[in-house]
Design a protein around this ligand. Structure first.
Ligand SMILES: Cc1cc2nc3c(=O)[nH]c(=O)nc-3n(C[C@H](O)[C@H](O)[C@H](O)COP(=O)(O)OP(=O)(O)OC[C@H]3O[C@@H](n4cnc5c(N)ncnc54)[C@H](O)[C@@H]3O)c2cc1C
Length: 307
């Protein structure tokens, strides 16, 4: 089956739905495809989003989905597998085997968090194991916090958390600590542990602490870790979007302030191009991209009318 739209949005998280809202309210024919796996799906609460603080992430998405549908956008639960340029825009192949043709494409597919392979860590991801001091730091205030280093930037994470609790332990794991960072941790009363972690220990379903390779056990209320962020950017790569190597050593698709990629007619917003984007930041980026796409279509409509 073949369907068509003015704008196809791939990914119905905060970024995609916000872009869809702007476009549907501009009377564009909008289709949003979604694989149903928003990055924060395992978190029970979402914080730092003005007026939505403490909401369930999935409630935000279902409410946003109802909003865009109320303006006539279509949201389909399916994956986009591949994309190819055609004369009138782009043709995408969906997991169902259906094809979809669109004048413009907005990619808001988010990213995948790759956690270190410490036994038990993944089981508590989103509930006991967190990464973002702004999303989950307040809830861990004054408690016993372990920071598991995965990269030099983990020191910064520990220092941000020190603002919220004076019971922080920094597990260096295999990372190198510079003398400056070591002193910075020491003067702020952050304990440094070099012994490697064997596994996460639990009390029932609750995280209880860490067992170290020397057999000792340390109780903690929350573990913070910076996972490796892997952008879900396969569609953008298929189209040959320009990329740039970032400080994390990975290549990320380059966008301008409105989310425009180097490929004419293709925009991207949210975590797929910005690992640091929280829900409100992703929503704002999607919204900007939506308005920029509408303006681009208006320009094309004017040119066509003049011809
Ligand atoms: C544990 C955890 C807790 C967090 N807590 C907070 C918090 O409290 N506050 C906050 O602001 N932020 C929080 N975040 C960050 C938040 O998850 C992201 O900022 C946000 O999800 C990014 O939105 P997005 O729209 O870019 O991507 P996502 O929300 O990840 O949405 C992307 C969507 O695209 C879909 N998709 C991917 N590929 C395809 C494809 N090929 N075809 C169709 N669909 C596809 C996915 O299934 C997904 O539904 C948290 C993150 C984690 C991991």
């Amino acid at each position: 089956m073949m369907t068509e739209s003015d704008v196809l949005i791939v990914g119905a998280g905060g970024a995609g739905l916000s872009g869809g809202l702007m476009l549907a309210r501009s009377r564009r024919k909008v289709t949003i495809l979604d694989g149903g796996q928003p990055r924060n799906a395992l978190a029970s609460h979402m914080h730092g989003f003005l007026s939505r603080d403490g909401w369930s992430p999935l409630a935000l998405i279902s409410s946003g989905r109802a909003e865009v549908e109320s303006y006539g956008a279509t949201v389909e639960s399916t994956q986009a597998l591949s994309v190819a340029p055609i004369d009138s825009g782009f043709e995408l192949t969906l997991a169902s085997g259906d094809l979809h043709r669109t004048r413009r494409l907005l990619v808001t597919t988010g990213l995948r968090d790759e956690l270190p392979s410490i036994p038990g860590l993944a089981a508590h991801w989103g509930c006991g194991v967190a990464h973002c001091p702004y999303c989950d730091g307040w809830e861990a205030r004054d408690s016993r916090i372990a920071v598991i280093a995965t990269e030099p930037g983990s020191v910064h994470q520990a220092q941000l958390l020190r603002q919220l609790s004076d019971r922080i332990t920094y597990f260096t794991e295999a990372t190198q600590l510079s003398e400056t960072d070591r002193n910075g941790l020491r003067v702020r009363g952050i304990e440094i542990v070099v012994t490697r972690i064997a596994r996460v220990i639990a009390d029932g379903r609750m995280l209880a602490g860490l067992e170290l390779e020397d057999g000792s056990r340390r109780p903690f209320d929350t573990v913070f870790v910076r996972p490796k962020a892997i952008p879900n950017d396969a569609l953008l790569k298929q189209l040959g979007a320009a990329m740039q190597t970032r400080p994390d050593g990975q290549d990320w698709v380059v966008v301008d302030t409105n989310g425009r990629t180097s490929i004419a007619g293709v925009w991207a917003a949210g975590n797929v191009v910005n690992a640091a984007a929280t829900v409100p930041v992703s929503a704002a980026a999607g919204s900007m991209a939506g308005t920029a796409i509408n303006a681009d279509l208006v320009a094309e409509d004017i040119a066509a009318a003049v011809r």
